[in-house]
Design a protein around this ligand. Structure first.
Ligand code: BTN
Length: 248
């Protein structure tokens, strides 16, 4: 399998993740990519919508069929790949906000949405969805997210060469996904920590189903969980338990 060897381009769809899921269920091979010019029901994490105006962003989903069980590492490895591709294309190092946000300064540049299908206990597919703001002007973002959103064009003041960027992205994804498949989770975690916007020792507050928790950021554990020290003890959290992260 090679990510990017087979690419289906569509003008419009509800969500490339939904389309990729249908194709995965019908047997599409690992590495198959679906790209849309726009999405009518683009989805973000935690039931949020993903603003997907025509030709403004990259809306892509990739079918993966991992055997590995630490699926929580997939958004981290994907964030690293997008970060590497952006660096190759523009020379800038974006920040990674655990577990799936691509950040520049205080603003969100993109995000990752992974959705899995299982046969019994085993993953039969993972859909890796990548949303990246490429050429939005500030006023083109909906008002509700304008102050917290940015695009590559806003950052670099240059037009993005989409095709060139996609070549970088497939190369980087193939590199990081191979590390994942070969059990090099530790390399992914250490690299993610290096690219993270959080600094070890920093105070972070979580809003979880059980209430607010304040802890000291210790890093990411072997399964991709967020480790916080609370009252002298390390505790690990996964994205599903967390409503919101608050930090300075
Ligand atoms: C997030 O940060 O909330 C994740 C955003 C993920 C958006 C991408 S765009 C391509 C794929 N299709 C979707 O509906 N969502 C993901």
């Amino acid at each position: 399998m090679e990510i990017g060897a087979i690419i289906h381009k569509v003008k419009s769809c509800s969500s490339t993740n939904d389309l990729a899921k249908k194709m995965a269920v019908k047997g599409a091979g690992e590495g198959t990519v679906i790209i849309a010019k726009r999405q009518t029901k683009g989805r973000g994490t935690k039931g949020r919508t993903w603003y997907s105006a025509e030709n403004k962003g990259l809306y892509a989903s990739i079918i993966l069929r991992p055997e590995e069980h630490s699926l929580s590492l997939i958004p981290l490895m994907a964030g690293l790949a997008v970060r590497e591709a952006i660096f190759e294309a523009t020379g800038i190092h974006i920040g990674l906000r655990w577990p799936n946000d691509l950040i520049w300064g205080e603003c969100k540049l993109g995000g990752i949405l992974c959705e899995s299908g299982f046969k019994g206990d085993h993953p039969s597919y993972v859909i890796l969805g990548i949303g990246l703001n490429l050429s939005h002007k500030k006023k083109e973002f909906p008002e509700a997210i304008r102050s917290i959103s940015t695009s590559l064009k806003l950052i670099t003041k240059k037009d993005v060469d989409r095709e060139g960027f996609l070549q970088n992205l497939w190369k980087a994804l193939n590199h990081w996904y191979q590390l994942f498949c070969r059990g090099q989770g530790l390399k992914i975690i250490r690299s993610f920590e290096e690219g993270s916007i959080f600094t070890k020792g920093q105070k972070i507050m979580l809003q979880s189903q059980k209430g607010h928790i304040t802890g000291i950021y210790k890093g990411v554990d072997s399964q991709g969980g967020l480790v916080l020290e609370e009252g002298g003890k390390d505790k690990t959290y996964f994205s599903a338990e967390i409503k919101k992260l608050i930090y300075e």
